[in-house]
Design a protein around this ligand. Sequence first.
Ligand code: ADP
Ligand code: MG
Length: 701
Amino acid sequence: MAEILNKEIKFLNGVGPKRAELLKKELSIHTFEDLLYLFPFKHVDRTRFHTIREVTPDMPYIQLTGEITGTEMAGGGGKKRFIAYISDGTGVIELLWFRGLRWISDRVKPGKKFVVYGKPTSFGSKTNLVHPELEEPGKQDAVIRSAMQSFYNTTEKLKNNFVTSRVIQKLINTLLKNVYGNIPETFPTWLIKEYNLMSLNDALLNIHFPQSHDKLKKATFRLKFEELFYVQLNILKQKANRNATVEGFVFSRVGSMMNDFYRDHLPFELTGAQKRVLREIRHDLGSGKQMNRLLQGDVGSGKTLVAVMSMLIALDNGFQACLMAPTEILAGQHYSTLKKILGNMPVKIDLLTGSTRNAHRKNIHEKLLSGELQILIGTHALIEDTVRFGNLGLVVIDEQHRFGVAQRAKMWLKNEKPPHMLVMTATPIPRTLAMTVYGDLEVSVIDELPPGRKPVKTAHYFDTKRERMFGFLREQIKKGQQVYIVYPLIKESEKMDYKDLEDGYESIVRAFPPPGYVVTIVHGQMKSVEKEEGMRQFVSGKAHIMVATTVIEVGVDVPNASVMVIESAERFGLSQLHQLRGRVGRGADQSYCILMSSYKLSKEAVQRLKTLVSTNDGFEIAEADLKLRGPGDIEGTMQSGFPFDLKISHIGKDAKILEYARSVVMRLLDDDPLLENPGNSIIVKRLRHLKRKEPDWSRIS
Ligand code: ADP
Ligand code: MG
């Protein structure tokens, strides 16, 4: 019977080659199974019938039944339409068609009885139903009986080819009549019993043709649970396999490096959260298992220090460490931060990026291999095969969302046993998404900012208030503060964006002329020396204003900068705006974020700007982002997340079921980590089957 579900959709009664092509192209339905798993987006109660007398144009969808009393073809040319009059004894109402006239006029004849379903509208002084759904009462039992009607998403193209929601429902009806009762279970019996789930056969029947409200609820739960169960199984099984097969280096010592640093070099008292996270990391490093830990902490929460201290533990145990950042600017900044805080400690540290000179690069390669170089900081240049370590023990990756899982995996191969991995991100990831996308990692959270920070004040201005904004900047600069002004650059190649940036820069130089003001500019198309020079001017405090693109989005740390102006803020995503805002508010002074926008704003843009003005909490913003956009758009999801596309559950809205499914999977893997128990073979088979399919990312969002 499993084979029947794998049959190509063209073999289903009522489909044929042309519709099959359409279903493939438009809805990715290739097989019987795909159709069965095309779930309705809503169910409508069809037990209620209205009388024609009570129908008014303001009603939502209604159902009535009656007899056709007359028909006519009216209008001409493009305005041609077919009208049918239907009566139920209480009155007469018009049914109206503009398309498919020949087909409909053949079908709808005086004397015939129909069940009619549609949305009343008003046309002149009359109420009518445009393109209603019709069903002949006698033929109703062709459809599996249900008091509720399911509605399916179709596309414009499908509708133009008469593949409506109703037609899809009929196809599913045909299919279910064939296969119901014989659909192979995707869970073992013990699991269905233990967790009191509806059987798959009944779940699929009831999701399409609900037999009662209660059964629909149970069916929905079973299908969502199953989907999320397999998402979690996929990711947690990888982790279980790893734990069973991969050993980790044991860092048991806390030696002179860590002690010296703690005693003589630590520039401030660690926050409680930093201490807790360090304890968690030290526990992992000493456990004998390979660490795979995600460190989440809002911008400015002090992740760098945690990274440094973790690296020192590696050094104390005779290992090398590296720190990888997504941009040259950020790598360079990490390098100088480390040099500064390690001071005169005897640590050999160097920087490797795409623009490192060849001679120096060679030198780095040699010293890495010999073990003389202890800490290497760099960009993804670190991933290259030519970069080989003598004894790499710890890899820290900053701003993980910029790197894919594949890149993370490559770092694993840099030693005989995989090094410990610490992945840091300032993009708060909602719990549910973290469980899915990073579900194989342990998670630490720094949920406390260093003392003395004042929350950034955020305001939204329309472009017409530009002069006022400039006035405010002059005041701040007079107080000795520095200012970022950021322009959107959606694509590096976008010429228009560069023009905006350059025009913007010129107008700012006009408003803030030399010699009183120094304005620098930094963007992605500059040579790295120029970029560095621009940055240096700002970091050293010489420049009052830095005009930039989002190259400064991550990591840049200039505590004296207290104002962030974001131009065309409506063009940025919510988490990106939050990241940009995080560049200020790093010193003791009150900081400000000013969002500039035009008057033309989409509803979503208004929502984004409102959210940002109303809260500074990164997690709250991430949750809002997930609700506004769905997980499909969240950076990094695509390379790292789902083994298959989600058809019924929503990561943001089904959080409870997700957590439940995760706990069930954890219990399962506790008992049978490698799923070797014959009683679980159905699960192994199902996961393999699900993963064989190409994911269709467009459907997630
Ligand atoms: P992020 O988590 O965004 O990477 P950083 O590590 O860049 O944050 O830290 C932000 C700023 O806070 C830096 O200037 C850093 O020196 C400072 N800082 C970090 N930890 C502490 C602390 N415990 N007390 C005071 N300041 C701290
Ligand atoms: Mg950082």
